[in-house]
Design a protein around this ligand. Sequence first.
Ligand SMILES: C[S@@+](CC[C@H](N)C(=O)[O-])C[C@H]1O[C@@H](n2cnc3c(N)ncnc32)[C@H](O)[C@@H]1O
Length: 296
Amino acid sequence: MPDAHETQLAPFVNRILHGDCRTVLTQLPDACVDLIITSPPYADQRKHVYGGVHPDHYVEWFLPIAAELKRVLKPTGSFVLNIKERVVNGERHTYVLELILAMRQQGWLWTEEYLWHKKNCYPGKWPNRFRDAWERLLHFTKQKQFKMFQEAVMAPMGEWRHERLKKLGANDLHRFNSRAGSGFGKRVANWIGREYAYPTNVLHMATECYNRYHAATFPVELPAWFIKLFTEPGDLVLDPFMGSGTTAIACIRNDRRYIGIELVEEYVRLAEERIAREQASPNLYTFAENGVAYES
Ligand SMILES: C[S@@+](CC[C@H](N)C(=O)[O-])C[C@H]1O[C@@H](n2cnc3c(N)ncnc32)[C@H](O)[C@@H]1O
């Protein structure tokens, strides 16, 4: 018998909700989501497509959404915000930095910043800067103790280690502290027999353009990485700016449940088409909601 909380959630789970997240979010119960991962519209960037927000007004636009996200996130949950400040009048605008400060004022902890290195960034040349090959993934939490499963994202140790471990010197056999006095040290001999290592906070992933109708998609492996790191199978993941459904696809492939919100109907259909193609490998946690229609 599902508990009252699950019954309240059921109409939203494993669905893309068509609407403005500023209103749709208010319908979700408190503390129901384990992870929020999203890439909101970039300031002014795609005004012609889905309504941009002027960089000078970005913080005031986003803060009420952040407040709702904080309400629906469980105390042990995480919020990963993919964002990058754009260039305005020849310099980087400061709205992302201002947003971080304002969200801290709102009660969020700015726990970490991950960096997505876009291995195949756009070619180009500018007089005052190089090609932009990275984006921020800001990690916010509600408290210092949150769910995190570091083993789930361990990466294979690279072939280079065989060569390095062939000839171990004296400094490799005991803990060797950095000569710079940083307090960091390592014992290289510990790597013998190790197949996997913990990753860094830099993710090297190529961009993907899933569909020519939605240019601003992120690669499935990006939300998938954070889903594995911050949730367990069956947990609930929210993307309030779902776009073409990438977060939902990552959830289905990793046996997590999802709630997506998307303003543009065309993108909702695109996401649904994409999701329908994934169902051959069924999501074990899909709720049977036959006949339940969500009114946006
Ligand atoms: C950067 S895209 C997200 C792309 C997505 N990560 C993907 O992989 O397809 C931002 C999306 O937010 C949607 N959007 C903009 N304002 C919105 C709002 N107020 N509520 C819900 N969705 C909104 C846009 O239509 C757009 O599809």
